[in-house]
Design a protein around this ligand. Structure first.
Ligand code: FCB
Length: 468
């Protein structure tokens, strides 16, 4: 694909890459850092592939300068990273730990020296364990602690940060963490996930309030959204797809943009979202400056009673595993279309779904600027005998999704930025180091970094767009 075919983006467009603290930093007991729920979870038997942990990860904590230089070499205009709450407040409350503040000050200063705009995410899943010991996101108290923490980091960095993201993917924190159980803290209870959903959103709202009183910076939240399609026009498929869409998309978008939880979900779940007060909903929906969207794959959903029929419809359903709690509760199952390419995560690739999603958000919810705060893929990378990583599949994925953004822009969506997930291969949560998302290869034995072919291609794309 030529650069022109990728689309026209304004000069101010944010071109970046993204990472998250626990996935790259390592140094888990240094600089006064406390324990997070991901330390506990990854050290529990059988939770993470190969028993991997984030203890060392990419050793980014000690290799900050080298990684900053990689960003400089790449030519990004921005970099999204996350602040580890237990580095800033080891026990989740109280006065800040200087070691943590100093580390992120070095990172932010290093970015600014290279003309790269820092976009910190305040929370990317590493909750201080002491807060989990008191119930974590199931408890309303955690929302207040989060707002205090957001105030602490705003105070420390408000002279240098112009764009903040409060939460990363609250759906994953609440539903993978408290219902499906494959993420920390590993609970499996729907009511807990519903409570966590509300408390994460409330924490976001309270943090916004706190931060607004301290800074003029732009503040957003990052959601993992997708298009959710029924596998067929069968009524049962349509009904479950609507519920899955509610659980993934509407349960966050409705309160943020319409100050209410979706009626069908309120009736289905009850609990914390049914009991939410008008005051809480006002706090949650008070208004953001931009929406962060992480997009990876479209979801195709079938009613469980239709699974036997699925194969004849050219669909593939993995019935080898027990349905997760969300699916068991809805009577739904995720399916794959045969013939649609999938990534090393087994996620379907369909760039057009990103355009469709953005147009929907624009039409149904908001005309605010949208930043694609994560997009990318895991591929089966290897270092070839000449020492290179030729990841053509990743290049194709990135190019097609950038082109999908261009068509969303043509359709009237205000897309303000794109961040490739990820700068580095890293700790992919429950998959440990077995999945590689980086545009830079990391040799975990030596911590050597090797920019992959996609790194050089992304560099060209950014340069062409910035010179245009
Ligand atoms: C997202 C997470 C990110 C990374 C990618 C692959 O859900 O925000 O940390 O793991 O998926």
């Amino acid at each position: 694909m030529t650069d022109l075919e990728l689309g026209n983006f304004g000069r101010d467009f944010f071109w970046g890459t993204a990472t998250a603290s626990y996935q790259i930093e390592g140094a888990v007991s240094e600089g006064g850092r406390g324990t997070s729920i991901w330390d506990t979870f990854s050290h529990s038997d059988g939770k993470v592939t190969n028993g991997d942990t984030g203890d060392i990860a990419c050793d980014h904590y000690h290799r900050l300068e080298e990684d900053l230089d990689l960003l400089g070499q790449l030519g990004v205009s921005t970099y999204r990273f996350s602040l580890a709450w237990p580095r800033i407040q080891p026990d989740g409350s109280g006065k800040p730990n200087q070691g943590g503040i100093d580390f992120y000050a070095r990172l932010i200063d290093g970015l600014l020296e290279r003309n790269i705009e820092p976009v910190p995410t305040i929370y990317h899943w590493d909750l201080p364990q002491s807060l989990q010991d008191k119930g974590g996101w199931k408890m309303r108290e955690t929302s207040y602690r989060f707002a205090d923490y957001a105030g602490v980091v705003t105070d420390a960095f408000k002279d240098r940060v112009k764009h903040w993201i409060t939460l990363n993917e609250p759906w994953c924190s609440a539903w993978l963490g408290y219902a499906v159980g494959v993420h920390a803290p590993g609970e499996t209870n729907i009511d807990s996930a519903v409570a966590a959903t509300h408390h994460l959103l409330l924490g976001h709202g309270l943090a916004l309030q706190q931060m607004r009183s301290m800074t003029e910076a732009k503040i957003g939240i990052t959601l993992n959204l997708s298009v959710v399609r029924p596998a067929s026009q069968d009524r049962a498929d349509i009904e479950v797809a609507r519920l899955v869409d509610g659980n993934l998309n509407r349960i966050f978008l409705d309160p943020i943009f319409k100050k209410q939880y979706p009626g069908d979900l309120v009736s289905h779940y009850g609990g914390a979202i049914a009991d939410a007060t008008t005051e809480d909903l006002e706090t949650i929906g008070q208004g953001i400056d931009f929406l962060g969207v992480n997009f990876y794959f479209p979801s195709i959903v079938i009613a469980r009673q239709n699974i036997d029929k699925a194969r004849s419809q050219g669909l593939y359903v993995d019935t080898s595993r027990e349905p997760n709690l969300i699916d068991a509760d809805f009577g739904s199952a995720g399916v794959h279309r045969m013939g649609v390419k999938r990534t090393a995560m087994d996620w379907e690739i369909e760039a057009g779904a990103l355009t469709e999603l953005l147009v929907r958000v624009h039409d149904e919810y908001s005309t605010l600027p949208i930043m694609i705060t994560e997009n990318g893929c895991a591929t089966h990378d290897y270092v070839n005998p000449s020492g290179k990583v030729i990841d053509d599949d990743r290049i194709e994925y990135i190019e097609s999704h950038i082109a999908a953004l261009a068509s969303a822009i043509e359709k009237g969506v205000d897309v303000a930025g794109y961040f490739v997930w990820s700068l580095l291969d890293n700790f992919e949560w429950a998959y440990g180091y077995s999945r590689r998302f980086g545009i830079v290869w990391v040799d975990y034995e030596t911590q050597r970094r090797i920019p992959k072919k996609s790194f050089y291609r992304y560099k060209e794309i950014i340069k062409a767009a910035r010179d245009a």
